[in-house]
Ligand binder design. Structure first.
Ligand code: GLU
Length: 390
């Protein structure tokens, strides 16, 4: 890929995979970090705001504690994260300080980007750091986040941060240098893809497992991150961070895949859905479905408890949470009569009941707007002026 100039972007989120920062035996790879920070400082000097999402807490803590390669129990990896994070933050602050740059550590959990009040908090803090010309160094708060309240991978976390902060570019640095039609280490016919205009199901299907044992994010989570980012108008680059100074390498034309931001005005579309004054019906959902929606997933018939109103396919319906409050609005994929028939059914059982092969989702994620923002573009639209002007 050529023609990419990182400094032409206004606000860049750089996600760094654990395997780049941490060597199993030697611990923190200081030389690598120093070179990366040289790149960051160059971008900052050119007027680009940089946010760092740094993985590596657990991997580093593992090394410091001498835990070897064995699988860790949850509380062990949380303890490792506690030990690793403090060292990691110290290293970032030391390296950035060498360039006269101030850094601020931000540890977030899923709720901080998915719940409206906390989302506003997290965004205000990060936005203030940027105003103060400090570089936010962000990670998941692994010491307290467990299973259902965690992102689990920093690819999606970084995408949420980038969209939450109204960024225009997300760079995922790891040990893979881009997207291939298949896993290149296993399939000799795998072709490299320099530019992705749109993340289609075919592109998603290319996301085989590319995870190394130090990192959680394989290609799949990178493509998930791409979906979150590009739908909100943020471009994404997947590039290898193996060499020293990987950001300047991208500027020099090193191999990388660019995912273009969606030209489709998702914001306007979703604002329009959210603004429908009188929904044609209501769909009551259970707890599990609500959690899925908060994670950016579609509403499946399995999570539907109640169907009210005489809506047609394509009408706007209000989605009511288990507490009876409106959780969101979306365009429904079924007529009311069919929706009643398939409410509560697993996806595989729907065709038999309806007599035709139908869509899996009752309301597809693309056609859905949550009343509580989820970290995507519609939030920026509503509340983003302070961020855009920061
Ligand atoms: N938050 C984890 C850590 O810092 C890394 C998650 C990931 O590798 O995506 O250790």
């Amino acid at each position: 890929m050529s023609g990419i100039s990182l400094s032409s972007y206004r606000r860049v989120t750089v996600k760094i995979g654990s395997a780049l920062l941490v060597d199993r035996a030697a611990g923190l790879r200081r030389e690598w970090l120093a070179a990366l920070v040289d790149d960051v400082a160059r971008l900052a000097a050119a007027g680009t705001e940089v946010l760092v999402v740094s993985s590596g807490a657990i991997a580093l803590g593992r090394t410091v504690l001498g835990l070897g390669r064995r699988a860790l129990r949850l509380e062990e990896s949380q303890a490792a994260a506690a030990v690793g994070q403090i060292a990691l933050a110290g290293a970032w602050s030391g390296e950035l300080g060498r360039h006269g740059l101030i850094s601020g550590q931000v540890l977030v959990t899923l709720g901080d980007t998915e719940e409206r009040r906390r989302y506003l908090n997290a965004r205000a803090t990060i936005s203030t750091l940027l105003k103060m010309r400090a570089i936010p160094v962000i990670n998941e708060n692994d010491t307290v986040a467990t299973s259902e309240i965690r992102y689990g991978d920093n690819d999606r976390l970084a995408a949420r941060v980038a969209t939450m902060m109204g960024g225009d570019l997300l760079v995922l640095l790891s040990d893979v240098d881009g997207l291939y039609t298949a896993a290149p280490e296993r399939d000799p016919t795998a072709r490299f893809i320099p530019v992705v205009d749109r993340i289609t199901p075919e592109i998603m299907a290319m996301g085989g497992a590319a995870a190394s044992d130090l990192s959680r994010g394989g290609m799949r989570t990178k493509l998930d991150a791409g979906r979150i980012a590009t739908a909100a108008g943020v471009a994404m680059i997947i590039a290898s961070g193996k060499q020293l100074g990987p950001l300047s390498a991208i500027d020099r034309g090193a191999r990388a895949t660019l995912f273009k931001p969606s030209p489709m005005p998702v914001r306007a579309y979703k604002t329009w859905i959210a603004g429908q004054l009188e929904p044609a019906g209501r769909i009551g959902i259970d707890d599990g479905a609500l959690r899925a929606l908060l994670q950016g997933k579609s509403l499946l018939p399995a999570g539907v408890k109640r169907v009210e109103g005489a809506f047609s396919r394509g009408d706007t319906v209000a989605i009511m949470g288990p507490d009876g409050r409106e959780a969101g609005r979306g365009l429904v994929a079924y007529d009311a009569a069919d929706a009643v028939k398939i409410a509560g059914l697993k996806t595989g059982d729907i065709a038999a009941v309806l007599g035709y092969e139908a869509r899996a989702a009752m309301v597809h994620r693309d056609d859905l707007v949550l009343s509580q923002p989820t970290g995507e573009a519609d939030k920026r639209k509503v509340e983003g002026t302070d961020v855009a002007g920061a």
